[in-house]
Design a protein around this ligand. Structure first.
Ligand code: 4AD
Ligand code: MG
Length: 430
């Protein structure tokens, strides 16, 4: 019977075969411990010299790291391991022998590991991070499907910018100039007018010259957009959504979180509602925390966000930023024309902004005025104006950065470990 490591608990005391790679090995004269991995999990195979043929024992002792194998044996409980099961091996068949695998169990530098990302992904830690990423994606679809959202896929090749022109990736579209999408938002607004509540999940591109632990050139974003939903209701949807993914990861990724040594007590607290402070209050708070030189009207950098987050053990919404440092489409505050109805959600523990969102301008004249102020001309933007011309409604939306969320829940320091093949300022390989 061929099974996977993940299925092992259902086959206790049964003889099964697993296709696996050897991730590590220890052996003595009488016994060999094979650390097996098959993608679904990690499990130890124990080969006892007196229980197997001479051939099988000598193969087991000599298998090289990352060789591929069919391993046959009996599944037994093993209370000492995190996984809880191991295999008493009766046969080992080498499929392919790997020689001189470059990533050995010793420590390697980050650049070396990044150059070998195609192999580094096989390691226990990277495996755990990818499984957590997958659980966030799975629970995202679960949440939005349950809440009646329709998944819509905006284009990646676009003729207009959504979040300002300085970070655009340019490309040729036959004879025209095109850009890689920075955000699907403008298209999602059109979709919300057709389908009510929608969400997208796709890659976005920012030619940002930032070399920080929070910035990728290519990252994945979840972008919900909701007709007839105003700012406050949007915040409630955001906090419920984030609570849902955190609780899903806690429930379904116990093993992965333990591999990563994640402090669970910090995640267990994450439940809606989240605290909210205004940009004005955030400025006051920063002045009290030794950022005396910050002026009203300035945008926050990573150190500011981290300082604010330190006061909370939950993600915190910073609302109502000055209009001049935010995108052209954000709706002005009804009582204050200098700030907009927006919020950034700042994750705890220094992971920074994970969501940017706002209520959108729904008034045609005001949007035309913003176009003028921002120099948005040409046919690429005309269709977006028409959404304000034909049955305009109050609407809001937000974008959650997947990689920053994975970094936070996994507790990994840098976003480069949260996406299979990161695109960074100086890295397009592998
Ligand atoms: O705040 P941003 O730029 O918002 C938008 O793009 C809106 N159009 C979203 C919307 O309202 N539909 O980006 C949203 C999120 C950020 O909060 C952050 O988590 C992530 O995307 N993000 C990045 N993640 C990794 N690397 C980068 N360079 C990122 N830039 C933004
Ligand atoms: Mg933002």
């Amino acid at each position: 019977m061929k099974i996977t490591i993940a299925q092992a608990p259902q086959y206790i005391e049964q003889e099964v075969t697993i296709g696996a790679w050897l991730s590590n090995k220890r052996s003595s004269g009488k016994i060999a411990f094979l650390q097996l991995r098959d993608g679904t999990g990690f499990m130890q195979g124990v080969v006892v010299k007196s229980d197997v043929s001479e051939d099988v024992f000598s193969t087991s002792k000599n298998i090289t790291q990352e060789s591929s194998l069919y391993v046959t044996g009996k599944i037994v409980e093993d209370t000492r391991s995190d996984f809880g099961y191991e295999m008493q091996v009766s046969n080992v068949e080498v499929i392919h022998e790997a020689n001189d695998y470059p990533i050995t169990p010793k420590e390697h530098g980050t650049e070396f590991l990044m150059d070998h990302r195609h192999l580094w992904l096989r390691s226990k830690k990277q495996h755990a991070v990818m499984k957590i990423r997958n659980e966030i994606i799975r629970s995202t679809y679960e949440y939005f499907n349950k809440e009646g959202f329709v998944k819509v896929d905006p284009p990646i090749l676009t003729g207009s910018s959504a979040e300002g022109t300085t970070e655009l990736f340019h490309t040729k579209y036959f004879d025209e100039e095109a850009y890689l999408s920075q955000s699907g938002q403008l298209y999602m607004e059109a979709a919300a007018m057709a389908l009510g509540k929608v969400f997208s999940f796709g890659p976005t591109f920012r030619a940002e010259k930032s070399k920080t632990r929070r910035h990728l050139i290519e990252f994945w974003m979840i972008e919900p957009e909701m007709a007839f939903v105003e700012h406050e209701e949007s915040l409630q949807i955001q906090e419920n959504y984030v609570s849902h993914i955190v609780q899903s990861v806690l429930t379904n990724c116990k093993l992965e979180l333990s591999v990563l040594d994640r402090d669970l007590s910090k995640l267990e607290k994450i439940k809606a509602p989240f605290p909210r402070i205004s940009y004005d209050e955030a400025i006051d708070m920063l002045k009290e925390k030794d950022f005396d030189d910050i002026e009203w009207g300035e945008d926050f950098g990573a150190p500011h966000e981290t300082a604010i987050a330190e006061s909370y053990d939950m993600p915190v919404f910073i609302t109502n930023y000055p209009k001049d440092i935010k995108a052209f489409y954000m709706k002005p505050h009804p009582d204050r024309s200098d700030v907009v109805l927006c919020a950034d959600l700042i994750a705890p523990e220094g992971y920074g902004e994970i969501i940017g969102g706002s209520q959108r301008i729904d008034d045609l004249e005001l949007m035309e005025q913003r176009y003028e102020e921002h120099g948005l001309t040409g046919p690429a933007y005309q269709w977006y104006l028409e959404l304000r011309k034909y049955g305009s409604v109050p609407h809001s939306g937000f974008g959650l950065g997947l990689e920053r969320t994975v970094a936070w829940l996994s507790g990994v320091e840098h976003v480069r470990e949260t996406i299979p093949f990161p695109r960074l300022l100086n890295r397009l390989y592998p």
